[in-house]
Design a protein around this ligand. Structure first.
Ligand code: PXL
Length: 257
């Protein structure tokens, strides 16, 4: 580890383990690394999965999560963190209290469902985020489905996306990613609304794009870009990542058979 990586350019992901490497802390660590950011990763849950199915989830004890966070923050001067799969109310509450204790700036990816369609949370998870985490976060990065759950607004077009982002922006900065609609992202930071134009890429290989996007935004914030530029750069980064993703891995060839 180089000295400058150790100093300013460190981050922490608090998220689940997807051992297949597409999503969760492995995707986060790879994304931080690709941006020159040293990655630390706190595990909230272990999943058993591949890109097609999640077969098991083991939540980590909240005391162990707390100790992971404290032990890292004792040593690394981390300002921006990224959160992913938080699974349960006690974990959401813990993360919220650590954000306050260490005065962290948290990019919150409110992970709810895997790309393969499996619920990655306890019931009523959106209400836990709204109650404990939203107002303590720096930026929240929901996709369309997550934004619907958080805002209670059905989103079937871009106007509804804007309505939901304005509602959530009363509590925090918000970027709703548009990959499940037309491809444009809607960012509201403070009083400013931005439509970040994106291209929809036709693919079924999007496992982990939410994790990768929010880790890219966190990396760009650490590098000193403002919120708008961080979101624009990360939109471009994710498009490249999808285009250059592993489309010829054994599992995809298997699927084609
Ligand atoms: O992409 C959402 C996601 C986040 N975190 C973990 C996951 C997934 C999707 O499968 O497994 C750990």
């Amino acid at each position: 580890m180089s000295k400058e990586m150790m100093n300013e350019n460190s981050s922490m992901s608090i998220a689940g383990l997807d051992p297949s490497g597409g999503a969760g802390i492995l995707a986060d660590a790879k994304t931080f690394h690709a941006h020159g950011i040293y990655a630390t990763c706190v595990v909230t849950a272990i999943t058993a999965q591949n890109p097609y199915e999640v077969t098991n989830i083991q939540k980590i004890d909240v005391d162990v999560i707390s100790d992971q966070i404290d032990t890292i923050l004792d040593v690394y001067p981390i300002e921006y963190i990224k959160t992913g799969m938080l699974y349960s109310e006690d974990i959401v509450k813990l993360v919220s209290s650590k954000i306050k204790e260490y005065q962290l700036k948290a990019v919150v990816d409110p992970v709810m469902i895997s790309e393969s369609g499996k619920n990655l949370t306890q019931d009523n998870f959106a209400s836990f985020i709204n109650k404990h985490l939203l107002k303590n976060s720096f930026l929240i990065t929901p996709n369309i489905h997550e934004a619907e759950q958080l805002s209670n607004i059905k989103i079937d077009n871009e106007d509804r996306m804007i309505e939901a982002s304005l509602k959530l922006s009363k509590y925090t900065n918000v970027v709703i990613t548009g990959g499940h609609l037309k491809g444009n992202d809607i960012l509201v930071e403070g009083d400013n609304l931005h439509i970040i134009e994106g291209n929809l890429i036709k693919t079924d290989n999007t496992h982990g794009t939410g994790c990768t996007y929010s880790s890219a935004v966190t990396s760009n914030l650490i590098k000193g870009y403002d919120i708008l530029d961080s979101c624009i750069k990360s939109n471009r980064f994710i498009q490249k990542a999808i285009k250059n993703g592993f489309n010829k891995t054994p599992y995809q060839l298997f699927k084609l058979r």
